[in-house]
Design a binder for this molecule. Structure first.
Ligand code: HEC
Ligand code: HEC
Ligand code: HEC
Ligand code: HEC
Length: 476
């Protein structure tokens, strides 16, 4: 079942037609009788960017800019490990026991999506096609062809060779455009399924909605539904961190999905959050004001000396404040706007680091509960709190705007995280003193592991320092 939300880009014509009431419905029709939608002459199944190059040289050139790499204070597109000292140096502890503790990189340009996907250490011989879902223009036709068999196909041996044979592109024109008409389209079926479950009607989207939907098919939180590992968005309760958490604790749990992994320090059943840009934006000021992703990330820019086009260089809007922001915020200078964004981000990053520190401490307290012989039910209670603390922290950590998409919502999520982690620590302390555990020594040992992880120069070895004789690994 391939879903195509085709947008009728017939606005000039519609305006005329709207005047003559009886033909209004003609606006809903496809290309019939309209000279507005020019056909490209390309096959509806064209998935290779190069096929679009001669028809749309300026757009193609703009797309090629995604190869460029330059950074902003917190964002940008330089290939970088999250484990660097100025980013999230304790991530190898927080994700211990999971692939994200081995290698975890900042996002970069769309052109690198397939390359980065294939080379990341989290991918191994057993990895499945689900991991490929938001990387390649071959995916929609593969889902069409294989149906629910697609998700569990072998990533390395089946899917990559097939995609190459099909002549795919990394996040290509056809992922967002109907190749025949260039109308915007959503090509990932799980987006439609999730919106339906949430009770949102997307059968007749506006152009403005489509300018967000094309991004929302990938820039979202998801999990692999247990039966056939289909990529699934946990939205039926809502987009807020607490609503998605509720979904995981009830609906996902009942369907047989209880965790992404068991934490190697605390033994807690963990959830990994994935890039929830869309959900965060939706609950923030700009989302509520219906400012689309494309308004900021695809501004109207002059591509050569003559023509203005919609930019296809998806990167930090801080590189294009004039075109991305001042269209609406003309009362503020570029510098003022940049300062506003960075002060939101500074505050957010500071809160994220503090919440992360309390969270990692809670993991070690639970480890100590386990090795000290504290009763199972208390350990379980503390583990559930750690799971919760990490979810609300990761909803901000995994989101790529460092708080900008929803400044208040991100701070709220971190506050909930701190509360849960603290509760775990209090509960653990109450039990540990009963077992005569020396809390000062415990604290010192935590500082030692942190230092060992921080000081390890080899990013791939950092995760190995998170456990030791004092804090033995909990993953069986
Ligand atoms: C009001 C403008 C605005 C809107 C609307 C907006 N963003 Fe952003 N976005 C930003 C800013 C500002 C940043 C932070 C960039 C930085 O740190 O350099 C950002 C960062 C990002 C990043 C990380 C970029 C990087 O440099 O690493 C991604 C990915 C992203 N946004 C996706 C989206 C998606 C998807 C949507 C729609 C659901 C969206 N954004 C809506 C302004 C916006
Ligand atoms: C991630 C989604 C996405 C991808 C991938 C994408 N586009 Fe677009 N494209 C858009 C959006 C959004 C618009 C703005 C549509 C609007 O507002 O009318 C657009 C507009 C266009 C337009 C209309 C003219 C204009 O400048 O607004 C053309 C032509 C176009 N894109 C060509 C391409 C080509 C060629 C490729 C591949 C090299 C491509 N696009 C890849 C999302 C995408
Ligand atoms: C088919 C899935 C898909 C679609 C559709 C998509 N993205 Fe992305 N996007 C990705 C992936 C995957 C990455 C990370 C690539 C990497 O790091 O190699 C990414 C990276 C980005 C970045 C980070 C670039 C940087 O400089 O760090 C921005 C910004 C972004 N996308 C914005 C958007 C916007 C805006 C839209 C909609 C117009 C969109 N994306 C549509 C999958 C997608
Ligand atoms: C399409 C119009 C539009 C664009 C483009 C836009 N904004 Fe906004 N922005 C708004 C609206 C509407 C509000 C909410 C009302 C207000 O406070 O003015 C808002 C609010 C804000 C706020 C208040 C803080 C908050 O989130 O509540 C900041 C800061 C901001 N915008 C910065 C930016 C930056 C930076 C960019 C470019 C990356 C940008 N805006 C692009 C329309 C826009």
């Amino acid at each position: 079942m391939k879903m195509m939300v085709n947008l009728k880009r017939l606005f000039p014509l519609c305006l005329v037609l709207i005047l003559s009431v009886f033909i209004v419905s003609a606006c809903q029709l496809d290309t019939e009788g309209t000279s507005e939608v020019a056909l490209t002459g390309l096959s509806p199944n064209e998935i290779n960017n190069e096929a679009f190059q001669d028809l749309f040289p300026l757009h193609y050139a703009s797309y090629q800019k995604n190869l460029e790499m330059s950074d902003t204070k917190f964002g940008g597109s330089v290939l970088a490990s999250k484990f660097e000292h100025n980013r999230e140096p304790y991530a190898p502890i927080l994700f211990n026991g999971y692939g994200f503790a081995k290698e975890y990189n900042e996002d970069r340009g769309h052109i690198y999506a397939v390359e980065d996907n294939i080379s990341i250490a989290r991918i191994n011989d057993k990895s499945i096609a689900s991991c490929f879902t938001c990387k390649s223009s071959a995916v929609p036709s593969m889902i069409d062809q294989f149906g629910d068999e697609f998700w569990t196909k072998n990533f390395r041996n089946e899917i990559i060779p097939l995609a190459e044979e099909m002549g795919h592109s990394p996040i290509g024109c056809s992922d967002c455009h109907d190749p025949e008409t260039m109308e915007l389209q959503v090509t990932r079926p799980m987006f439609a399924t999730a919106m339906l479950e949430k009770g949102e009607d997307i059968s007749n989207p506006t152009l403005n909605e489509m300018r967000t939907y094309v991004c929302a098919q990938c820039h979202v939180e998801y999990y692999f539904e247990p039966e056939n590992k289909a990529v699934t968005f946990p939205w039926s309760e809502g987009y807020q961190p607490e609503e998605m958490f509720e979904y995981y604790e009830t609906i996902a749990m009942e369907s047989g999905f209880s965790k992404d992994w068991i934490h190697n320090v605390s033994g807690a059943p963990m959830l990994k959050s994935q890039h929830p840009e869309y959900e965060t934006w939706a609950e923030g000021t700009h989302g509520k004001a219906e400012v689309s992703c494309s308004d900021c990330h695809m501004p109207y820019t002059r591509e050569d000396d003559r023509k203005k086009i919609t930019s296809h260089y998806w990167t930090s809007p801080l590189k294009t404040i004039e075109q991305s922001c001042r269209t609406c915020h003309a009362d503020q200078t570029e510098d003022e706007l940049k300062d506003k964004v960075e002060s939101i981000q500074d505050m957010n990053k500071d809160a994220l680091d503090k919440a992360g520190d309390i969270l990692l401490t809670s993991h070690y307290y639970v480890n100590k509960m386990i090795t000290s012989g504290v009763p199972e039910d208390k350990i379980k209670q503390a583990q559930d709190l750690v799971r919760m603390g990490q979810w609300f922290w990761d909803m901000v950590s995994a989101e790529n705007s460092t708080g900008f998409h929803n400044p208040q919502g991100s701070m709220d999520s971190l506050k909930t995280s701190v509360e849960a982690s603290n509760e775990a620590i209090i509960l653990a302390t109450e039990e540990l003193v009963k077992f005569d555990v020396n809390i000062d020594e415990l604290k010192e040992e935590i500082e030692k592991v942190k230092k060992a992880v921080y000081d390890e120069p080899d990013n791939f070895k950092k995760n190995e320092h998170a456990t030791n004789d004092y804090f033995p690994p909990q993953k069986n």
